[in-house]
Design a protein around this ligand. Structure first.
Ligand code: SAM
Length: 242
């Protein structure tokens, strides 16, 4: 018996909230649509090739395709390999339901190279950097597969520190997630991107100070977090050109 799309969606675990048919949404906790403006994905990607590194359920891959990209490849490992983060079933169902031609490749970031994936005009590296144990090594690999333009979004820390610096989070210290390793500050992300070969790097957006302060106060009240530490943390998006 054919299951309805609604039933198939309900059977799976979702990260991204996406509309697969008019009015039919996946129940993910991450609303990519709300992040689009802060990421600054070009409105028109006509004729461009796009690699979405750490794509998970593929919201940003499908969005790049919707914006006219001629080829989009979604890349992931942890979230697709059936270990603790889940499987690729949700990505596969979304692709089918959307009638999408987005390609996929299941490899680890450490195996990224022009030989394994090719070179793409635009590379998306959204909320992955802080999960990476060896950030500079992986940024070197990302630079090799970026033909023109990289959009990098990451958790950031030490925001009052203007010198390039990064916090190491041992164990599950940051947000209870043992895969969160690093909290770089914007000066460090910019310096690393230049170091690995991007000629122009700019901070495109960053969590506003007022939001950080509000979050710090809230977490101090609700979980006795150190307000001065939390106030230094946020999200930032960088645009980098080869
Ligand atoms: C926080 S999620 C971000 C998902 C999506 N890019 C977004 O911004 O909504 C991090 C993603 O990076 C992937 N990831 C983490 N480490 C990886 C690695 N070493 N190789 C490939 N993918 C990795 C995870 O599987 C997960 O899909």
């Amino acid at each position: 018996m054919n299951q309805s799309l609604e039933d198939q969606i309900a059977r799976l675990r979702w990260y991204h909230r996406m509309e697969l048919q008019p009015g039919l949404w996946t129940p993910g906790s991450m609303d990519g649509g709300k992040r689009l403006a802060s990421i600054g994905m070009p409105d028109d990607l006509t004729g461009r090739t796009v690699l979405d590194v750490g794509a998970w359920d593929g919201f940003f891959s499908f969005e790049a395709e919707r914006r006219g990209a001629k080829q989009v490849v979604a890349l992931d490992s942890h979230a697709w390999d059936g270990s603790d983060w889940g499987t690729k079933d949700a990505f596969d169902l979304a692709r089918k339901a959307l009638g999408s031609a987005v390609g996929d490749i299941q490899i680890s970031l450490t195996d990224l190279s022009p030989a394994t994936v090719g070179v793409f005009d635009v590379v998306l590296f959204l909320n992955v950097l802080y999960h990476v144990r060896h950030p500079l090594l992986v940024l070197e690999k990302l630079a090799e597969v970026t033909g023109d333009f990289l959009i990098l979004e990451t958790h950031v820390d030490l925001l009052d520190n203007k010198r390039p610096a990064m916090v190491f989070y041992p164990g599950a210290e940051f947000a209870g997630d043992p895969t969160n390793w690093w909290g770089p500050n914007p000066a460090l992300v910019e310096a690393m991107l230049r170091d690995v070969g991007f000629s122009e790097v700019k901070l495109y957006s960053q969590t506003p100070t007022a939001s950080r302060m509000a979050c710090a106060l809230f977490r101090e009240k609700t979980e006795q977090a150190d307000r001065s530490v939390v106030a230094q943390q946020g999200r930032a998006v960088f645009h980098a050109l080869k």
